[in-house]
Design a protein around this ligand. Structure first.
Ligand code: SF4
Length: 343
């Protein structure tokens, strides 16, 4: 059966102006997201991964228009979100929810859990007031909390429980897509696993689609169907989970993956250490943005922007933005240490 496109992002740019001088004029821009395109199909989990500042969270916020995108189109379920008025966009938020890293920062500490969930449903006119209490209890049970906790305040819950409240709030309006922005990053590993498993169970039960934003490759490996790797505002590689984790093609993806610890103590793993700092998105490098840190970089890399495309040695749907995928693959371009890194 053909997969149904739920979200299509085309040529998305998110630039933030930098003001300066006596007149407070715009003197430059932070190019946080710079011309990215991808599609998410119904029922799948797509993760965006990359170092801090790569533009992954900004992408999530731009999709929801929590920041107005500078350029590009975001189409959700056939409707172009980027052309909607603010009022029309608010209505669409019922279908597109977000769970933040710290739900405590996004909820009113003076409201009880029941009030928080009730307010979300009231704003989106999900149910008549009389029916909402029953729904609140159902939601709490769905996320592993209890009826008696409905009238408690957020500070009375642990971090993991608060994240469950965030999930219940997102679910309360029956969304189609949930953006999880570092949603489990602040949790202990065991609680993290519980929340990830809960998200997976809910996905099956409610046919949810997730855009999962994380810097944690272990989490991304656990939850994703497909993965997008970003570097300084650009997508450098995209593919299904197995292509990215078992057969990465972009040197940046390889370096990122080499940092994941292997659970098998008999296997020695080499860590690829990238030299140099992540470049500033205010003045990103010309050509391939990774050329200032890439051990394979050639002259061409400083000048020409590599297209994100499927190369000969890649399967359909797996794309990398590198001029030298094949040369690195067949050993024409070699860098000591890369071959030894186990993926
Ligand atoms: Fe490295 Fe050049 Fe490929 Fe960029 S295009 S990843 S600099 S080899």
């Amino acid at each position: 059966m053909a997969k149904k496109e739920l979200l299509k992002v085309e040529g998305l740019k998110q630039y933030f102006p930098i003001k300066g001088g006596m007149m407070g004029r715009t003197i430059n821009h932070v190019k946080a997201v710079d011309d990215i395109s991808f599609t998410i199909y119904e029922g799948e989990t797509v993760s965006i991964v990359g170092e801090s500042g790569c533009g992954k969270s900004t992408t999530g916020r731009a999709i929801l228009r929590l920041e107005e995108p500078t350029e590009g189109a975001v189409t959700f379920n056939g409707l172009e979100l980027t052309s909607l008025s603010k009022r029309e966009m608010r209505k669409q938020r019922k279908d597109l929810q977000i769970i933040f890293q710290d739900p405590y920062a996004s909820i009113n500490p003076r409201q009880t859990v029941a009030d928080i969930l009730d307010e979300a449903m009231a704003i989106q006119k999900v149910l008549p007031p009389k029916e909402r209490r029953t729904r609140i209890i159902e939601l709490l049970e769905t996320v592993g909390l209890n009826e008696y906790q409905a009238d408690r305040y957020p500070h009375e819950f642990s971090g993991g429980q608060r994240q469950r409240i965030g999930i219940a709030r997102a679910l309360s309006v029956n969304p189609k897509l949930i953006i999880c922005d570092e949603a489990v990053s602040a949790l202990d590993v065991s609680i993290q696993a519980q929340v990830l498993n809960l998200l997976k169970d809910l996905q099956k039960e409610f046919k949810l689609t997730y855009l999962f934003i994380s810097h944690d490759l272990g989490v991304v490996r656990h939850i994703s169907d497909r993965v997008i790797v970003m570097y300084v505002g650009k997508i450098v590689e995209i593919g299904d989970k197995y292509s990215i984790f078992e057969n990465p093609k972009h040197p940046y993806t390889k370096a990122l993956l080499s940092a994941i610890p292997v659970p098998d103590p008999t296997r020695e793993k080499k860590h690829i250490v990238l030299t140099g700092d992540v470049p500033s998105p205010i003045d990103p490098p010309t050509g391939c943005r990774f050329h200032t840190r890439c051990p394979f970089a050639q002259e061409k890399c400083k000048i020409d922007v590599p297209a994100l495309r499927t190369h000969e040695s890649m399967i359909d749907g797996h794309k990398a933005a590198c001029h030298y995928v094949e040369e690195i693959e067949n050993g024409e371009l070699r860098v000591k240490g890369f071959e030894e890194a186990v993926f």
